[in-house]
Ligand binder design. Sequence first.
Ligand code: GLU
Length: 441
Amino acid sequence: MAMLQAKHPGESEYLQAVQEVLESIEEVYNQHPEFEEAKIVERMVEPDRIFTFRVTWVDDRGEVQTNLGYRVQFNSAIGPYKGGLRFHRAVTPSMLKFLGFEQTFKNALTTLPMGGAKGGSDFDPVGKSDAEIMRFCQAFMLELWRCIGPDQDIPAGDVGVGGREIGFLNGMYQKLSREYHTGVLTGKGMTWGGSILRPEATGFGALYFTQHVLHKAGKDIKGCKVAISGFGNVAWGAVKKAMQLGAKVVAISGPDGVCEVPEGMTAEMNDYMLEMRSSNRNRVQDMADRFPDKAKFTAGKKAWCVPCDIALPCAFQNELSEEDARELKANGCWCCCEVSNMGCQPEAIHFFQNNGMLFAPGKAVNAGGVATSGLEMTQNAQHLSWTAQEVDDRLHHIMQSIHEQCVRFGERADGSIDYVKGANIAGFMKVATAMLEQGTI
Ligand code: GLU
């Protein structure tokens, strides 16, 4: 860590993600001198390569805008680079390096042959028109297309990149490359190679994983109150599945505040989240304005101040602090399944773990999204489409397998599970073994 800090000063998210993994794997690493000899950790913490490029486009007023674009190809030991694109004003190389690092372990847990990558831009979609989004995506792909390919690197969505953006990106990729393979991006539309259930998959998978966590602890999700942060694609899928499983979603939140929903979210309210996302307004207050008798908006507050049994952070890294964890506990919460990537600050995780609360990390909980991207790639390679039942069955199976891997490597002496340790060790062992067997490259 000291070496990395000296080499990459100020890259706080990246250093935080690496620190968490190194702490978890220390014991197994020391049991494998062959890893040490091959300098596996020193190699694994650095991305294979990073592409940085300028993206210039013209806004609706005719003004020329310039943003930065990136693709971090982190690790390809177990398969082609795979991971989303994030469009957000706060995107930096450090953020994408942390996400690419996490992605490498997450993808290893899915049981599918996918390496880790991440990309994106500091382009801010808030307040942009559809036409501006399209012009930006096209300009971004003008540079990115040479770095990607169906057997090389397969990007997908992440914060600020959903089905609409993937459509614009795919259109430009085909135009530039004159290659019409459907498998260079995932999260595609249903009429041009997308997989049924991919939009729901991250949220659905997160709830399947939560069910396993609860089941292992002798609990049931039925009747539980759930608080959720965010109102993007991931939160939308999580709300939908939580409702199907008989839980009550009592809060959703956004950058402007929280909407408390005492009687629980309805299907109509959940559908409205999709409109909120595509409006590019980034305001959760819109939910309370649209459903004034069901949702109560409070400015400046997070979802974690609403009494609940289960907290599901679905928004952004480090969105849940130790103070939030304490407030959750004081209000009766006993389980937090992190759906956003690194959604909880390290102090919050320690608080959950030291206070007898159930906690599972994003790289296990949210892996259903990229896993279903993997299933989309399989369908594309076969030139076939599976049914919803087929995709859902496979997703169930994958989430169960991830849970089993966490139990295998994370079981404590008292029979409880350290899911952070379990997920990190399971992911590490797979990637490290693959690197070792393929020699020093
Ligand atoms: N951005 C998502 C993640 O963090 C999905 C990536 C993908 O489907 O490639 O896992």
